[in-house]
Design a protein around this ligand. Structure first.
Ligand code: SF4
Length: 238
């Protein structure tokens, strides 16, 4: 049976309206439904963060055939690069994209939006184009921070490109609950106290604040977005 696609306010009601088991079932049903529609043109965007680890596992429960892509940058911490190598070794169907074009020194301090645009958004566009993606699946959650409250489970921000956010309504503790129950390995940086992981210069351990409060501290982008969820991703809108 098809999952009912809800309006934004109705989605927010589900954050505390469904229990953990119901959220797992809903996420699996969403992925299954869109995989049935799009087949191999449904692709998981795996950032290697805790949320992506959950989405990747959910997708693999739907079909072992589902593949994904990872966008990495020259500034990712060594722990993340190591975790990426381990993940790709285990799942060769995860394809890595990286933009190696030169950027100004310390651009992440002087113009982090531009830095993210070059190093994260561009290779995401390349992945979507090269893999012929019709539906990309993300680990975005509406309880992560101030910039993530207005998303929906199914979106079409770019014409012809569906974005599926199957764990949009999950709480942070439910992510850790799922990872523990399924015994899924995560990036060892979480054991140091990070709650949200990105490039090394732009990710800090914070006490208090929301989950993304440690991202881009000291810049206008603090707690914000790299752009892959907010910028156009297909050629006709760039
Ligand atoms: S997270 Fe920081 S270093 Fe990484 S691409 Fe964005 S601004 Fe650059």
């Amino acid at each position: 049976m098809a999952v009912e696609i809800l309006a934004e306010d109705d989605v927010k009601a589900l954050v505390d309206g469904l229990d953990f088991a119901e959220k797992v079932e809903r996420a699996l049903a969403l992925i299954r439904e869109f995989y049935n529609r799009h087949g191999d043109r449904l692709v998981v965007a795996n950032s290697l963060g805790k949320d992506s680890c959950v989405v990747w596992d959910l997708a693999k429960r739907v079909s072992s055939r589902i593949h994904g892509f990872i966008v990495t940058t020259r500034f990712k911490p060594p722990e993340t690069k190591r975790f990426m190598r381990q993940s790709v070794a285990r799942y060769p169907e995860l394809q890595v994209f990286e933009n190696d074009e030169p950027v100004a020194e310390r651009l992440y301090e002087t113009d982090p939006d531009r830095c993210c645009d070059i190093l994260k958004v561009k290779p995401t566009r390349q992945a979507i184009k090269q893999l012929g993606v019709a539906c990309w699946v993300t680990g975005l959650r509406c309880t992560e921070g101030r910039t993530r409250t207005d998303f929906r489970e199914v979106e079409e921000r770019d014409r012809g490109l569906i974005k599926l956010n199957p764990i949009l309504i999950w709480h942070e503790r439910e992510i850790w609950q799922y990872l523990a129950l399924r015994q899924i390995p995560v990036n060892p940086l979480y054991s140091q106290g990070y709650r949200s992981l990105g490039c090394a210069p732009c990710s800090k351990i914070t006490s208090g604040g929301d989950e993304r409060a440690g991202r881009w501290i000291g810049t206008s982008k603090c707690g914000g977005e790299c752009g892959i969820h907010t910028r156009p991703l297909t050629d006709d809108l760039i």
